[in-house]
Design a protein around this ligand. Structure first.
Ligand SMILES: C[S@@+](CC[C@H](N)C(=O)[O-])C[C@H]1O[C@@H](n2cnc3c(N)ncnc32)[C@H](O)[C@@H]1O
Length: 248
């Protein structure tokens, strides 16, 4: 994120020194879709990352982007350039493993969606990101499962995206209403049953202690990250993944 802010700052300083050159640069950047408006660059440092850079950066953690359940959080996700590419990569793996089996394809494609999280301070970016992620899921789902697709599953994915891609301030860790940002953790507990547990992002970031102390009586040990994490603020009963939208 700091590189983007730096780039925005460089663009703005060029404008002050060489206005014409800046103007030409700005138009070129606009054509590639990286900037929506000068106002948004000034107010929020919004300069979207080009596809080539997104791919090159994700190649640095290629193995993780190809692990279906590996969790990603982007704290300034914009309209989802990184998250969309992560989802595409995961869905390619789902296709190569389960492409011949529509029920398994569906389950693991949903798992891929559950593992991707984003925050952005601008509500229209959040909407765009949720819709984009849904479109990527749905195109791949329709192509792989054809007449076996279900609208219930689509609704479940929309619901998951509403909980995973949130509008908030990644610096204060609060929503626009001033409430703590809360993310849902989704885990398959057996077969098609998905369990949701909600965690406060600020507590998660404070957490991850390797040693338990007197003040962490309730904290639990997480095998995956090999550290103690705070307790969830809410839990839901294991539910078929197509039905998770029944809880809100
Ligand atoms: C440089 S853009 C990057 C967008 C996207 N990650 C990409 O690479 O294409 C920075 C993004 O951060 C968002 N942003 C700025 N301040 C933020 C904050 N305090 N919390 C969350 N998002 C913020 C902006 O709305 C913008 O979408």
């Amino acid at each position: 994120m700091s590189a983007k802010f730096l780039r925005a700052a460089i663009c703005l300083s060029q404008r002050q020194i060489i206005p014409n050159r800046f103007w030409r640069n700005r138009q070129a950047v606009n054509r590639s879709g990286q900037i929506q408006s000068r106002r948004r660059v000034t107010d929020h440092g919004e300069v979207f990352t080009a596809e080539r850079e997104v791919k090159a950066m994700l190649d640095l953690v290629k193995q993780e982007t190809e692990r279906i359940e590996s969790r990603f959080l982007e704290p300034a996700c914009g309209n989802g350039n990184f998250l969309a590419e992560i989802l595409r990569r995961k869905l390619d793996v789902v296709k190569s493993r389960y492409g011949n089996n529509p029920p398994d394809y569906e389950k693991y494609a949903v798992l891929a969606v559950t593992s991707i999280y984003g925050v952005d301070i601008l509500a229209d970016n959040v909407d765009a990101c949720q819709n984009r992620m849904f479109g990527i899921f749905d195109d791949a789902y329709a192509a792989n499962c054809r007449e076996e697709t279900s609208n219930e599953c689509r609704e479940a994915v929309r619901h998951i995206l509403r909980h995973n891609i949130l509008c908030g301030d990644a610096l204060t860790l609060k929503t626009a209403e001033g409430n703590p940002i809360v993310f849902a953790e989704w885990s398959f507990v057996s077969g098609c049953l998905l369990k949701r547990r909600d965690f406060r992002l600020d507590q998660m970031l404070d957490g991850h202690q390797e040693q338990k102390s007197f003040f962490m009586l309730d904290w639990e040990y997480d095998e995956e990250i090999k550290a103690f994490i705070p307790l969830p603020i809410r839990e839901f009963p294991p539910t078929h993944y197509r039905m998770v939208q029944q809880y809100d």
